[in-house]
Design a protein around this ligand. Structure first.
Ligand SMILES: Cc1cc2nc3c(=O)[nH]c(=O)nc-3n(C[C@H](O)[C@H](O)[C@H](O)COP(=O)(O)OP(=O)(O)OC[C@H]3O[C@@H](n4cnc5c(N)ncnc54)[C@H](O)[C@@H]3O)c2cc1C
Length: 409
């Protein structure tokens, strides 16, 4: 039976470990923290992310935990429309999901097939043309045919294999919270539907998480401000947010008033610059692949980080399902990079354009932003489907560049 070590039990690692185990691999999942825990926030699963989850685990019950995302359009702080609601396009509808529900479903998908070891912080990686790849925490070395690096933006493994790529600040701070259902303010129907509002250097998005029957319910919001993260304690940061967004149209103020300091998850927004030059690194009879934020961390403006991680996991599963350790597996490792690099490069490029939109300040910049906005909605991203048979065999020139690597955005 082929063996894999997956490093990191965030969304990317959980999805990849379950996907590999379900197609017959023996998987060890290593997590540096003492337990696997979801942040108390939520996210949007765009059609590509939903398709990828279905491809990874068709029986995962994803629809039961995800609430359809109403297209609330985009408004100015005074409530004027910048982009009116206009339907959701093709494919499965975008949906919002509480991360605790998503993690529960991903962990349930591991079944008994995956050996999970928490408190195992990978400190080093061993690779070479003739050796099976191996990771170590300084005391125990674990080798396998395939190492999957899903250890997030500060990935130890990426630093070893792709030192050219560094985690840097994107020039934003973000605050997220889920207001539980029992604490929600009473809102008129048109305000309860959620939506997105863009000010000068500020952005506020609110999303209802549906009825409590299936998931945890409540309302998720994420606020973004251009500039550095704030050093103050959460209660002071919440007071600051209430001041910054005080004049914004309802229900922004009502949602911030219903938020408790304990609900708040503040963070600096960071990204990888440049992206790693490759995502697949052959070693011995298999190799190492980069996946999720370890491969392509980007600002959250288009809500694509986790969706791309699920695409990564679905693609990896398709490539290695039938690949025995040896030439077939090393070819699959290389093909993984050829398929994923151009795709993530495109999404990162679009995300950076959206960063400029969110950062816009000043009358002229805001006018240019308003004109450009309609071209930059997530549904304008090229859609994604699981790889087909033709994609699974190596193709020398999928990216148009001589070394098979797309141009860095
Ligand atoms: C404000 C905000 C909003 C967002 N909204 C969306 C959205 O709507 N839709 C969307 O698709 N994406 C969204 N994202 C992006 C998404 O959250 C990330 O892309 C996703 O969480 C990345 O998951 P990951 O598993 O790759 O990394 P992580 O979640 O960082 O997981 C990495 C795991 O590896 C472990 N680890 C790290 N180092 C080691 C080590 N050396 N050894 C062992 N274990 C290790 C960590 O403890 C962690 O458990 C958003 C991000 C932000 C900041």
């Amino acid at each position: 039976m082929p063996t894999a070590v997956v490093v990191g039990a965030g969304m990317a690692g959980l999805a990849a470990a379950g996907a590999l185990a379900r197609c017959g691999w023996q998987v060890i999942l290593l997590e540096g923290a003492e337990r696997v825990a979801a942040p108390p926030t939520a996210l949007v699963l765009w059609p590509n992310g939903r398709r990828a989850l279905e491809a990874i685990d068709p029986g995962g019950g994803w629809s039961a935990i995800a609430s359809p995302l109403p297209d609330g359009g985009v408004r100015r702080p005074d409530g004027q429309w910048l982009v009116a609601p206009r339907g959701t396009g093709t494919g499965p509808a975008p949906a919002a999901v509480h991360l605790e529900d998503l993690y529960d479903a991903l962990v349930a998908g591991l079944g008994d097939l995956v050996q999970l070891r928490t408190g195992f912080k990978v400190l080093s990686l061993r690779t070479g043309p003739r050796v099976r790849p191996a990771v170590s925490d300084g005391r125990t070395e674990i080798e396998a045919d395939l190492v999957v690096a899903a250890d997030g933006i500060d990935s130890t493994i990426r630093r070893t294999l792709a030192p050219e790529s560094a985690a840097v600040g994107s020039g934003f701070a973000a605050w997220q919270a889920v207001i539980p259902a029992y604490r929600l303010p009473r809102l008129p129907a048109e305000q309860a539907a959620g939506g997105e509002t863009l000010g000068a250097g500020y952005r506020f998005v609110s999303i209802p998480l549906g009825e409590r029957a299936a998931g945890r319910g409540g309302v998720y919001w994420v606020a973004t401000a251009a500039g550095a993260p704030r050093p103050e304690p959460p209660a002071t940061q919440l007071a600051l947010l209430r001041r910054w967004f005080a004049d914004w149209h309802p229900p922004v103020g009502e949602l911030l008033a219903a938020t408790h300091a304990d609900d708040l998850v503040p963070q600096e927004v960071r990204e990888l610059r440049p992206l790693p030059r490759a995502y697949g690194f052959p070693s011995g009879p298999g190799g190492v692949v980069l996946l999720g934020d370890a491969a392509h961390a980007m600002p959250h403006h288009l809500g694509q980080g986790a969706c791309l991680a699920f695409e990564d996991a679905a693609t990896l599963r398709s490539l290695v399902a039938e690949a025995a350790p040896g030439p077939a597996l090393t070819a699959a490792v290389e093909q993984y990079g050829r398929l994923r690099h151009p795709r993530t490069t495109t999404v990162v490029r679009q995300t950076r354009r959206m960063s400029a939109v969110v950062q816009a300040r000043g009358r002229l910049a805001l006018r240019a932003r308003d004109a450009a906005l309609s071209h930059m909605r997530p549904r304008m991203l090229p859609d994604w489907s699981p790889p087909e048979a033709a994609d699974l065999t190596g193709s020398p020139d999928l990216t148009g560049s001589p070394d098979g690597v797309a141009t860095e955005p």
